[in-house]
Every structure is written in C-alpha cells, then in structure tokens.
Design a binder for this molecule. Structure first.
Ligand SMILES: N[C@@H](CCC(=O)N[C@@H](CS)C(=O)NCC(=O)O)C(=O)O
Length: 284
C-alpha cells in the first residue's frame, strides 16, 4: 500500500479492491443489491432486520421499553442481518433500506407495510406511533429532537472517523487519529456538560435521545468501543459515566442490548427475538 505521506490522488478515483482495513470485504463504492434474497417475515406487527451494533441496540432498546410500558402493539420479530457476510446487500433488505445498513424496520401494523430506515427515523416513528419517550411539550420536544439529531450527525465522526482510524485502518495514521480523537473528546465534553445540568439528555425524563446516544457514547466511556476507554480518558467524563450507569440498570436496556447479538459471552446473546420468552431461553 502507498505511503500516505507520498500519496498523490489520481485525477479520477478508482476502486482499489485491495485497500484493506477490517471491513474492506463489505465496503463498495456502489449501492444496490448484490444477490437475490427475500427477507423472512414473522407473526408480529413489527419486523426488525438488524444486528446488535450501537445503531441496532438503539431500536431493540426502544421496542423493549415500549413493551415494558405495556404497549402490546409493539411486539416485534428481530431478524439477524450479518453485515460481515454482506446480508445487507440482499434484494429484500435493500428493498427495506436502499442504503444497505442496519437497522431496517418494516411496520406491518397498518393496512400497508411501511418501511423505515435510519435508526433516528425508526426511533421517531415508534415514539410518535406509541406516544412514548418523546415529550409533547414544545420546548422539551425540541430539546429531545435536537439531541436525537445531534447523535445522528455526530456519531459518524466517532465511528467512521475515530473508530475507523484508531481500530480498523490497516495503518495507524497519526494525523487522522489526532483529528478524530480531538473531535470525539469535544463531543464527550458536550455531553458531559449537558449531563452535569440535567438527569437525562433532554431533561428530567428518559427519551429517545438517551436511547440514541447511550449505545455509542456510554459504551465509549466504559471502554467497550474500539478499546479506546483509556486512550480517550473515558473515566474523566463523570456525568456521562453517571448517566451511562443509570441507563444500564434499566431492565428493558438489559434485554434490548442482547437482541441480535451473536458474539461475546453466550449469556449476552439473543441472535433472534420472536417472543418475550426468548430471553428466558437464552444461555445463562
Ligand atoms: N445512519 C445510520 C447508520 C447505520 C450503520 O452505519 N449501520 C452499520 C452497522 S452499525 C452497517 O449496517 N454497516 C454495514 C455496511 O456499511 O455495509 C443509522 O443510524 O441507522
């Protein structure tokens, strides 16, 4: 591979399939399906096609929270989409999410199925449908949506920027790691200041903004993402740590983070979820 200091971009970029990096196998410069594959459909009103990455966990936590509140209409089947094997490029999945990324949702609760992609849009769709975890008072609602969209806009710097160059890139490039470590630490400070003045992100209540932010930034300060806890001094963000621990104790969060998880400690995994009783059957 070319030395990054000497790399001179060509006039027109060309796809170099040997570019390396942990996800080189699934990265492509073109969209669309690579193969025909129908999605399976279960018996519940919601069909979720996902994986327990931070973006996936946002949605499974939301479903478990809704069910925990007694919204029986939020029953869902959670199907495993193995992105490492390219399942996001199957024709059925691309039909639900033309962007080929988990999570993707099919809402079959009405007369016609509605597709929803982008984790933030899915959280909002469910919050509006069930009138839950999204404040109705205008000021609180605006605060909640502002933080929800903050997460959607900020996390790519954490994942695609910092995480990529710190953990996955084939070479360690100081400039890139510095640039994104600086930005991610700035983001953590934004959160820490906010959580120093407010119990939850949007205010006194737990909302979809917490569900969106926790799987990324909570995991980061605890050293569970990119093994970067020490590097970024995650422990120093005291308010983020306080809030991370508070949310981790919620029973729905404990269940949600297991769904579509197919790695790690066997007791933390529930690769597919089709019934509330599936959690009891999971390995202890
Ligand atoms: N902005 C999207 C990001 C989704 C995303 O990046 N999903 C990743 C896993 S966390 C994925 O499916 N990657 C597969 C790929 O890029 O091919 C969202 O919030 O839903």
């Amino acid at each position: 591979m070319a030395d990054t200091n000497q790399y001179v971009p060509p006039k027109v970029w060309a796809w170099n399939k040997e570019s390396g990096g942990r996800f080189a196998k699934i990265n492509r410069p073109i969209a669309g399906a690579t193969h025909e594959k129908e999605l399976r459909v279960g018996r519940h009103p919601f069909q979720l096609y996902s994986l327990a990455t931070p973006n996936g966990v946002k949605v499974t936590v939301m479903f478990e929270e809704l069910l925990g509140l007694g919204h029986a209409g939020a029953e869902y089947d959670a199907w495993l989409i193995n992105i490492g094997e390219g399942a996001q490029f199957g024709s059925g999945f691309v039909g639900v999410n033309p962007n080929s990324k988990i999570p993707a949702l099919l809402d079959r609760s009405g007369p016609e199925p509605i597709r929803v992609f982008e984790s933030g849009a899915i959280l909002l769709h469910l919050a509006e449908k069930f009138g839950a975890f999204l404040p109705s008072e205008p000021k609180m609602r605006a605060e909640c949506l502002s933080w929800l969209f903050w997460q959607v806009g900020s996390a790519p710097y954490l994942g695609g920027g910092f995480g990529h160059f710190y953990a996955y890139a084939p070479t360690k490039i100081e400039y890139a790691i510095d640039r994104f470590a600086m930005e991610v630490k700035r983001q953590l400070d934004v959160l820490d200041r906010r959580l120093g003045e407010s119990e939850y992100i949007a205010g006194a209540d737990y909302t979809i903004a917490d569900m969106a932010i926790w799987p990324w930034y909570g995991a980061l300060v605890k050293g569970l993402l990119y093994e970067a806890g020490e590097f970024l001094a995650g422990r120093e963000y005291a308010h983020v740590n306080r809030w991370t621990d508070l949310i981790a104790k919620r029973p729905a969060v404990k269940r949600g983070r297991m769904v579509n998880r197919a790695w790690g400690d066997p007791s933390s995994q529930l690769p597919e979820r089709h019934d509330a009783s599936d959690f009891e059957k999971a390995a202890k």
